[in-house]
Design a protein around this ligand. Sequence first.
Ligand SMILES: Nc1ncnc2c1ncn2[C@@H]1O[C@H](COP(=O)(O)OP(=O)(O)OP(=O)(O)O)[C@@H](O)[C@H]1O
Ligand SMILES: [Mg+2]
Length: 278
Amino acid sequence: MRILAIANQKGGVGKTTTTVALGGLIASAGYRVLLLDIDPHGSLSTWFGIDPDNQALSSYTLFQERKELGYQSVKRLVLPTQFANIEVIPATTALATLERQAIGQDGMGLVLSRALGLLADDYDYVLIDTPPLLGVLMVNALAACQYLVIPVQTEFLALKGLERMVNTLNMMSRSRKKALDYTVVPVMFDRRTQASVTSLRTIRNTYPEQSWPGHVPVDTRFRDASKAGIPPHLFDPTSRGVEAYTSLWHWLEKKFKQRESTVPSTIPLVASKAGAVS
Ligand SMILES: Nc1ncnc2c1ncn2[C@@H]1O[C@H](COP(=O)(O)OP(=O)(O)OP(=O)(O)O)[C@@H](O)[C@H]1O
Ligand SMILES: [Mg+2]
C-alpha cells in the first residue's frame, strides 16, 4: 500500500483538487483507492456528496478511538462512492476541535499511521487530503505517508508558503529519522501572466530535484467537476487539466517504483489486524 499525503500550509492551492484528480486516475487504472479527508472543511467529502456537518463516523472517530483502534473499528468508517475503486473516510467539522484537545495527549501524532497500517491489505493507494495549517492533523499525515505531494500555485506569494512547508518537512524528517520524499507540483499555471511564468521558473530552480517537470494549467473544469461531484477525468476526460494530472500520475508511479526498488518501505508503524501495534 502506498500512502500519499497532499499538503501545503497555504489554503486554496489545489490540494483537494489534486487529491481527487490523482485518486480518480489511480482508481481508473485498476488500483483500490482510499481517500482520507482530514480537513475540517471537508471539501473532499463534499465532492463525493458526503456532508461533513453531519457525520457521526469520520476521520475524527479515529482520534476519539485512538486507544482501541482495530481493523473493524477503522473499516466501519469507510464509505463507498458511486465510482469504481474509490472509497472515502470522510471528514467532519469536529476535526477543528482536535488541535485544542491534542495538547499534552500522548500518542496523538501517530493515529493515522496506525489506522492505515490496519488497512494495508485492503487498498493499493491511500491519498490523504490535509487542512492548510501545521497542526496535529498535518503532523499525522506527514507521519503516516511515504510520499508527499505539495501543490504550489504559480504566483509570487505561493513561494513563501512552499518554503514554510519544506521547513516543516525537514523538521518532521528529523523526528522520523528518515527524509520524506516530496514532489512539488506547480498548479494553476497561466501562461499569459508574467507572474505565473516567473514563479514556475523559480520553483524549478529552487527545487530542481523535487519539482515535477510539468505543470497543471488553470482550468475551470475542475470547479465544474467538484460541483458535479465527479472526479475530473470522468467529468471531462479531454480537459487540459486532466491531461496534466495524467502525466503527473505516470511520473509519480515511475518514481514510486524506482524508489521502492532501492529504498525499504518507510511506513514508521504497522499495526496487525488484531489491533496491536508492532
Ligand atoms: N488548476 C486549477 N485551475 C483552476 N481552478 C482550480 C485549479 N485547481 C483548483 N482550482 C479551484 O481552486 C479552488 C481551490 O482549490 P482546492 O479546493 O483544491 O484547494 P485546497 O488547497 O484544497 O483549498 P483548502 O486549503 O481550502 O483546502 C477550487 O475552487 C478549485 O476548483
Ligand atoms: Mg482542500
